[in-house]
Design a protein around this ligand. Structure first.
Ligand code: EPS
Length: 389
């Protein structure tokens, strides 16, 4: 399965086309809309989210609630478009009073994008470089998520730090196993600890007052995976490389860890690798420092991915830049933005991880229809049981 998205942040809508979809996967607009709402939420989001009510329209590839095995097209309308029809007109001349964006924000795609595309208006770049594009990714990943749910795989995400406020975790891998989706979804910052959530929200308030923005870290966990997904034969087979590419494709993501991640580099081997045991006739691991991956393949333990997001580049106390018209020093442009979007990025990362995992299932168990995929998976599970009895 592959997805492509299109659409500007203040254009009429965002579109995603998902190809390579197997037939017979149930799809519900409600499920996708609930993920779109999760992406929109989070303490520290800006004014745009009070304008938008992201809702998916599925316009191809689905009949009576099930995929047809043909490309699925999904759109999410931009309500804000009606305020931008002149400035974002597809045809015609720019309005006489058009304010071009000529003071690029450090940290955003503004300047490098303008250089690359020979543009005298950074809006030509930022309209697409905006993280609003991730709404289309969430819609596209609905297909992957529903396929995974049919195969017994669940995903969730939670925030582990915002700025310098951390979720206290003696053992991050054990905390990943103990988290409940209820604790996460009821926190305004997607953090399972009420005390840490409060401190994170206070940090966001403080940053807002100071004209600052804040980044942070979050974790994505997937449970119910069979061992052996991915591969060790070639670089591109490894699920580790595919997960890294997918998560790092999300705007503002600067760091990526699998399992213990950087901490594994500090420990001796005996305190990193997870002892193998047999439980009820099935192989298991006594710990999960590997975060569910060994040799580029799932090992049957929960997949645990952690990522770091930089602070959003739009600052109400802007940094120095250079005006592209006058070439004089100036302050970077200020525009409506988020103080912190780490909780939203966590939801987008769930979706990216879901896409990678769904593809790994399709590779291993067939890709034409859900019935065949389920039958092949059942047979695989049977074979694994025989191996360890
Ligand atoms: C976003 C919508 C955008 C920004 C934000 C993410 O809307 P607007 O530009 O109209 O305020 O709030 O974009 C960025 C953080 C960015 O750097 O571009 C969204 O829907 O996620």
């Amino acid at each position: 399965m592959q997805y492509i998205t299109a659409g500007e942040s203040h254009g009429p809508c965002l579109t995603a086309i998902v190809s390579g979809v197997p037939a017979g996967v149930p799809l519900s607009a409600e499920q996708i809309n609930s993920d779109l709402a999760r992406r929109q939420s989070g303490y520290g989001r800006g004014g745009r989210q009070s304008i938008e009510r992201d809702q998916v329209s599925v316009i191809s590839g689905v009949r009576f609630g099930k995929t047809l095995g043909t490309p699925v097209t999904l759109t999410v309308a931009n309500r804000d478009w009606q305020n931008w029809t002149d400035r974002m007109a597809v045809f015609g001349e720019p309005p006489a009073d058009l304010k071009r964006e000529v003071t690029p924000r450090p940290g955003h795609a503004d300047l490098v994008g303008a250089l690359r595309t020979n543009s005298d208006d950074c809006r030509n770049i930022l309209e697409r470089a905006s993280a609003r594009e991730t709404a289309a990714r969430v819609a596209a990943a609905g297909v992957a998520r529903e396929l995974l749910a049919e195969l017994g795989v669940e995903l969730f995400s939670y925030v582990t730090s915002i700025g310098d406020v951390h979720l206290p975790e003696a053992d991050p891998m054990a905390s990943a196993a103990a988290c409940t989706p209820l604790d996460i979804e009821t926190s305004e910052v997607r953090c399972p600890s009420p005390a840490a959530s409060k401190a994170m929200m206070a940090a966001i308030d403080k940053a807002k007052k100071a004209g600052e923005s804040l980044g942070g870290t979050f974790r994505v966990v997937a449970t119910g995976l069979v061992p052996g997904l991915g591969g060790y034969g070639s670089a591109g087979d490894r699920l580790s490389s595919r997960l890294g590419a997918a998560v790092l494709s999300i705007p503002a993501i600067k760091g990526f860890e699998l399992g213990l991640g950087f901490e594994a580099a500090r420990r001796p081997g005996s305190q990193v690798h997870d002892p193998i045991a047999l439980e009820d006739g099935e192989f298991t691991r006594r710990s999960n420092n590997a975060g569910g991956l060994e040799g580029g393949m799932t090992n049957g333990m929960p997949l645990v991915v952690t990522a770091a997001m930089k602070p959003i580049p739009t600052l109400m106390q802007p940094l120095d830049t250079v005006n592209l018209d006058t070439l004089a020093p100036e302050q970077a442009s200020r525009e409506r933005s988020d103080v912190c979007a780490v909780p939203a990025a966590a939801v987008v990362a769930e979706c990216e991880v879901a896409f990678v995992l769904a593809n790994a299932y399709l590779e291993a168990f067939g890709c034409t229809c859900l019935a065949d995929i389920k039958a092949n998976l059942r047979q695989y599970r049977q074979r694994l049981k025989g191996f360890s009895r």
